[in-house]
Design a protein around this ligand. Structure first.
Ligand SMILES: C[S@@+](CC[C@H](N)C(=O)[O-])C[C@H]1O[C@@H](n2cnc3c(N)ncnc32)[C@H](O)[C@@H]1O
Length: 286
């Protein structure tokens, strides 16, 4: 950030905003979002209310722009992230929902219609992004969403109340531990899947490691979910898992070893293998 704070006192609001656009590398939209966050308005109102920004607001804007220039994700500054049709609260305890995860929601909407009355479990829900998006689009579905983190549960429940969604139950659980004997038509998860030694982790230093890292080269949680889901899927129920771009072969193999069928990996728009789905038939023991 180039503008020294002591210059602010001599600037009009218009000069201040102009200097923000001119004097740093952030995209104009990001600067607008930071200004709106400090003023407590939405971007549509920016040019009505941004005529008179107080000095303390200007200092806050500069401070947030500095944090953004230092690499803090915009969502952790504004406290919100858009996902599917929702604008979700996020904080330092939650992963910022990624656009590529929207593909899980897309698949679910393709496979069900709006009369769908079945059950769905979202494991490791974070902000509630996947579960809440489906809950909104499939109002008769019965959805359960869990996370090991109490802080994530508070955020997901905040987002649930923000959108008045009553067809979803959100609570704390270490994977399936607090699910009891419940069974579901769909079990969905975007679990931690990054290996501890992955070089990209240094770019994710603001996000909670519990949301990112898994043992066994990133596969431990995925394998645990695949194994345990067999006890919690209805007959011919479906599992949908998000995973790393190079993990689909090992996941397919593990699903196969665990007697799942109809195993498919779905690529995202960039052609990257991102989601694997499969079904499970409960063995007939008679
Ligand atoms: C990659 S994040 C995904 C968050 C969210 N579903 C999304 O797609 O934006 C993984 C989530 O799994 C949760 N998690 C990690 N270990 C867990 C466990 N043992 N049981 C339940 N949830 C867990 C983390 O707290 C985190 O919210």
């Amino acid at each position: 950030m180039i503008i020294p704070a002591f210059f602010i006192a001599d600037m009009s609001t218009t000069e201040f905003i102009k200097s923000l656009y001119q004097n740093n590398d952030l995209a104009k939209r990001e600067i607008d979002l930071i200004i709106c966050h400090v003023l407590g308005i939405n971007t549509a109102a920016l040019f009505i209310y941004a005529k008179d920004i107080s000095q303390s607001q200007q200092h806050n804007i500069l401070n947030f722009i500095q944090q953004r220039n230092d690499g803090k994700p915009l969502a952790y500054i504004t406290g919100f992230k858009e996902f599917w049709t929702l604008n979700l609260k996020v904080n330092q305890y939650t992963l910022i929902p990624r656009p590529e995860t929207e593909q899980i929601v897309e698949l679910m909407l393709q496979w069900t219609d709006n009369k769908f009355t079945g059950t769905l479990l979202d494991l490791g829900t974070g902000t509630g992004a996947i579960a809440l998006s489906i809950a909104q689009q499939r109002p008769n579905a019965k959805i359960t969403a869990t996370d090991i983190s109490h802080e994530c549960i508070k955020v997901a429940q905040y987002n649930q109340h923000k959108y008045s969604l009553t067809n979803i139950n959100i609570f704390q659980s270490n994977w399936f531990e607090s699910i009891g004997n419940d069974k579901f038509n769909y079990i969905i998860s975007n679990p931690p899947y990054i290996a501890e030694n992955n070089k990209h982790l240094k770019h994710l230093k603001h996000e909670p490691v519990t949301a990112l890292i898994a043992q066994e080269n990133g596969l431990a949680d995925l394998f645990h979910i695949i194994q345990q889901a067999k006890k919690h899927l209805n007959n011919h129920g479906t599992i949908l898992l998000e995973h790393g771009f190079n993990q689909h072969k090992e996941i397919q193999e593990y699903l196969n070893q665990n007697c799942y069928y109809n195993i498919k990996t779905h690529k995202d728009l960039a052609g990257i293998s991102r989601i694997t789905t499969a079904q499970y038939e409960i063995p007939n023991l008679n």
